[in-house]
Design a protein around this ligand. Structure first.
Ligand SMILES: Cc1cc2nc3c(=O)[nH]c(=O)nc-3n(C[C@H](O)[C@H](O)[C@H](O)COP(=O)(O)OP(=O)(O)OC[C@H]3O[C@@H](n4cnc5c(N)ncnc54)[C@H](O)[C@@H]3O)c2cc1C
Length: 358
């Protein structure tokens, strides 16, 4: 049995920051990620981030991952294992993991779950044809492995992910035949949409996919218009040829471990699906289990980093570790989170979070 003070599951921006802040207080940390690279979603984000300097704005996601990893490597009290998939959480507070062909049993005094989110898929006829991808998968193929998914893409969804991945595909020399959006307006930041429009890509708002077609793989799709009640309008069909359909209709938190641990969960559509109740320290309803990042509500990397910092600090403090400026660090993270979630852009997240306070 491997024993540690704090086990952190997931080494995306949330988990990396949780490890750094807990280790800085002196806690013994075990950081596990199933991937063979640290950084979670950040390693495929080749675009520069918005936000404040403290949260690495104007750096590319992939560079933020390297920066956080270098910081983790400075601590002797962080045991960081890549290629470690956490399989389950058991009643006696033990977790199990598959680690490079070995089966590990781990008992930690505290856990920080930072497993991120997975992509939502969309039901339509022939959505199982080869050539139908999630946008995150396309981004992994192109930006991590240097493999193009095809020659001509239909993007479904005009949130930031749909817009950013479309732009990155254009940069990689792939044609984007159009972006299809069910809502009457574009979902993502207008600065991203403007770049797409300047490249001549049509954005079909109030439209959805009627069906994909193709013999053994995607050859195109029929899209159609939706009325104000989101019902398809017969006679508005358009046929678009493409060899890839890329689905970017949102993410949903990867909460399996939280369910297994018996955390109280609630369905909050604004946060992407079922998420856990939590207190101001991001502790769930199960004492000793904390959350951070997209697993506790789909947001952005900047929010994930701050939540990681908070959860790491609070978990270490609950074990009796201390740091001189704890209150200042904690308050600073809270204020920065409030700042990120302020204004009209943060309204959706604010209303979702209100439903969750324990
Ligand atoms: C295309 C795209 C563009 C984006 N652009 C921006 C942007 O410009 N600015 C911004 O702030 N945010 C952006 N984001 C959002 C941002 O990337 C995420 O909000 C952020 O990565 C969430 O961090 P996280 O640590 O919670 O999860 P993730 O980054 O998803 O990391 C979770 C980690 O957990 C690991 N894991 C999961 N389950 C297990 C398990 N059972 N065992 C072990 N390990 C496990 C995964 O391998 C992964 O490494 C973008 C996202 C996408 C997809």
């Amino acid at each position: 049995m491997l024993k540690t003070d704090i086990a952190i599951i997931g080494a995306g921006p949330a988990g990396l920051n949780a490890a750094i802040s807990a280790a800085a207080m002196g806690a013994k940390v075990l950081l596990l990620d199933r991937d063979d690279r640290a950084g979670g979603q950040l390693i495929k984000q080749t675009h520069k981030f918005f936000g404040s300097r403290e949260l690495h704005a104007s750096l590319r996601g992939i560079d933020i991952a390297s920066l956080l990893l270098a910081r983790v490597r400075e601590f002797d009290n962080i045991d960081f294992r890549l290629g470690a998939t956490v399989l389950g959480y058991y009643e006696d507070g033990v977790i199990t993991a598959e680690y490079r062909g070995n089966f590990l049993k781990i008992k930690a005094d505290r856990y920080v779950i930072a497993t991120g989110a997975s992509e939502k898929i969309l039901p339509f006829p022939n959505n199982d044809l080869p050539g139908v991808y999630g946008a995150g998968a396309v981004q992994t193929l192109t930006n991590v492995y240097g493999v193009l998914p095809g020659k001509r893409v239909i993007m479904v969804g005009s949130g930031n992910i749909g817009l950013i991945v479309s732009y990155q595909l254009l940069q990689a020399g792939v044609q984007v035949a159009g972006i299809v959006e069910a809502a009457p307006g574009i979902g993502g930041y207008l600065v991203h949409a403007a770049k797409i429009r300047r490249a001549g890509v049509p954005i079909y708002t109030s439209h959805t996919i009627k069906e994909a077609y193709g013999d053994s793989s995607v050859q195109g799709a029929v899209i159609w218009q939706l009325d104000e009640k989101w019902q398809p309008l017969n006679g508005t069909e358009k046929d678009i040829e493409a060899d890839v359909i890329c689905i970017a209709v949102g993410l949903t938190p990867l909460t399996e471990l939280l369910w297994q641990a018996g955390c109280q969960m609630k369905y909050v559509p604004q946060l992407g699906g079922h998420v856990n109740l939590r207190d101001e320290n991001l502790m769930t309803s199960v004492p000793g289990i904390y959350v951070a990042g997209d697993v506790s509500g789909v947001e952005e990397a900047s929010a994930a980093m701050l939540e990681g910092k908070l959860a790491g600090l609070a978990a270490a403090k609950s074990l009796g570790y201390s740091i001189e400026n704890y209150d200042e660090l904690w308050q600073q993270a809270i204020s920065q989170l409030d700042g990120l979630r302020s204004g009209p852009a943060g309204e959706k997240i604010r209303s979702g979070l209100k439903m969750l306070v324990r």
